[in-house]
Structure formats: structure tokens, C-alpha cells
Design a protein around this ligand. Sequence first.
Ligand SMILES: *Cc1c(COP(=O)(O)O)cnc(C)c1O
Length: 444
Amino acid sequence: MKYENLLKENPTLKKISEAKEIAWVNERYLPFDMTNAVCQLIVSDEDIDSAAKRLERFAAFLKKEFPETQSTNGLIESDIIEIPNMKSALEKEYNCSITGKLFMKKDSHLAIAGSIKARGGIYEVLKHAEDLALKESIILENDSYEKFADSKMKDFLSQYTVQVGSTGNLGLSIGIMSAAIGFKVKVHMSADAKQWKKDLLRSRGAEVIEYTEDYSKAVAEGRRLSDLDEKSYFVDDEKSVNLFLGYAVAAKRLKAQLDEMNISVDKDHPLIVYLPTGVGGAPGGVSYGLKRIFKDNVHCFFVEPVQCPSVLLGIETQLFENANVKDFGLTGKTEADGLACASPSSFVTRIMTNLLSGDFTVEDRKLFDYLRLLYSTENEQIEPSSCAAFIGPVNLLKEDSTLEYCKKQNLNEDRLKNATHIVWATGGKMVPEDIRKQYLDTYL
Ligand SMILES: *Cc1c(COP(=O)(O)O)cnc(C)c1O
């Protein structure tokens, strides 16, 4: 093993390398004000606002091209629901107490792509289309972007190719949107990718290239092939700032939803968010956006499979994108296909180093237990990757490390009673009926 010595010095790393569940607390976590100046230089509030405005410009197009977005006026946004029955069931089943209220943010049901990738992935494709069209003056910023639904625009964009490497859901979001707007699109899919996702993509007109290797390989090959073609654009999940911005837009919209439900977030009403994590882009972007709004009153925890905690390793070791779970004796293999990224994002591991509160790892078998429990208590079905989030609220006050974190952050009993816990459901709507049944019947 490459990092034998590191493991000897660091008991946390040792435990991770044994694929044991861990509640990791980030020792580099800093008060928001101490990070603000540097963060603003990298991704500023204006950058996020301008991404939100871009999505508003495209709303007219989305509404026309994807009628399912009519109810949200062309915005791709999900509901947030309280899940009190699931909360009681978790408390009973896992002998824990989830102090405060438990909510689920249903990105699992986002329009068009049925996963959190409908935020970042679609944003990046739209931005690329806009850049090309503005450059050739085929559109002006003040035009109605309904124009993007015209055949003339599609003919123009059809000279260009978009490529992406994916374990599945990013491919779906990039593939569906690229094909809809007129691009040629090639999706490089890792061995983890589910067959139904490949089939669905092909049915929408995307070219799917299959790899027998893992996600890092699919990305590297996709990037290489795209670089050979000057009319090809590569959506680079391992370092894209545009993806990140698309995800970050979620935060202000969540704030509006919380306001509408009369849920305050302040010192006495903490917000605690649990996000399933693969390469880090989606949970990183969402968390970053939330930190910019709620600062020290939001606590963001990532969740990763025990065999694939790449973001945790990247941050803990400060090896960033050079961390690979395989170098720590792990397989990288997991039933959570959306989280199967052996190396993390260079960008996210850096920008989240002082903002992430912690990271829980979870065993695959629990994903299916959570999936069944959610279905039986709330009649909601989400995909296994998504279910990872539930270990967060279960273990927050159960593990010594996170209990200590709560103490240190002055999250005492009184405050936690007012806490809003959000599990971020990251995918599920597109799962075909027969596979849903299989998931309900999977016991590991
Ligand atoms: C992609 C994905 C994630 C994590 O996103 P990353 O950007 O890879 O960290 C989580 N859940 C699901 C269902 C996903 O598809």
C-alpha cells in the first residue's frame, strides 16, 4: 500500500483504510469570517448571482423544451419536505436521537435529469451554448432565450460536441440537455454505470462509450478525446467551476423555501445538512452556497461509502486530487454508483478544506435498509446513493467525534431542539420500475 507510513501515524486514516464506518470531524474547519476574503476571490457572491441570473434567462427555453418545468416557471427546483415518520423510524431502528426536525430536499425528483446533476450539469451545458451563441451574435443577452428552442439555433449548435465522463447521473444530465439543445454529445461511462442509464441516454440521442475501468479512467479518456477536437467541449467533473456554480445556486433557493415555511436559521436555530458525495462537486457547490448565506449557522457534512471516501481522504491528507482510495487499501467499489469516484475534485477539496464540518462514511448494506425505511414510512423512493445521507442525522449525536464537534460549536441541547436537519436526496426519479423493486429486495 502506497501510504503505509501515513496509516501508522494517523489512527483515523487507519480506520478508514479498514473500510470501517467513521464520523470524521474536520480539524481544519474555521469560522466563516476567517475564510471569507480568500473564498470571495475564488468564487464570489456575484459569481453565484450571475449563475442564478443565467438560469433565469434560460427559463423561457426550458419551459418550452421541457413542459415538466412549467409548474416552476422554467426553473429546475425541488421541493423540501419534512419526514417525521422516517425520523421516528430511524430513532427506533438505530437507537439514536435526532434532536430537532428532519427534512428531505428532493433533488432526487428534479426535472429533466432526476438527480442533483440537474443543477450543475445542465447549468454548464446552457452556459456553453450561451457562450457560443453570444460570440457569434446569434443571440443577445436581452433576447428571449426561447430562441434556443428554434431549429436555426439547433443547427448552429449541432456543429459542436459536448463530452463528459460519468458514473451515470452526470452523464444523464449532460446528455439529455446537450441533445435537447442541439449539441452532439458523447458520454464516457465507467464500469459502475447502470445499464438503464446507458439505455436511457442512447434513447435521447447521446453516444455512450463504455469503459471496463473506473470513473477516473472514463474522465481521463473523455478529456483526452475531447481535447483532440477543437469543436468539442469537455465538462470536467474533477475541476469544473461552472458545475460548482450551478450547484451553488441551490442555496438561495433553499433559503426562500425555508423562509416560506417560517424556518429560521440563526445562532439558536442551526441548520445541519448531510450530502452524499462522489467527486465532491455537487455537495461542495451546494455547501459553499449555503455557507455564504448562513455562515457559521450552517453545518455541512458529506457522506461517502466506506470503500470510496475520496473527498475525506483528499482533505484529511491534503493530497487533494492526488488522493486515491486504492492507495489506502480500499477497492473504490460500491453499490452507490453515484458516489463511486476513487479520486476527488481538485477544486472542491481545496475550497471546502476550511468550510466542511465533517464526513460520515457508510456501509453499502445500510443504503438499502434506509431505502426501505424511507419507502415504508414516507412513501418516497430514492436511489441507493441518495440514501447515504441518512447516516448523518443517525450518528451526529451518537459518535464521540461529532458530539465533540457539537460541543465546540455551542450546539447545545436547547439549540439542537431548534435544529433543522436536511438530508439531501440526490437522485432517484429516473430509476425504472423493475429496478426500484430490485432495490427494495436487496439485502447485503
Ligand atoms: C453525482 C451524485 C452525487 C455526488 O455528486 P458529486 O459531484 O460526484 O460529489 C450524489 N448522489 C447522486 C445520486 C449522484 O448522482
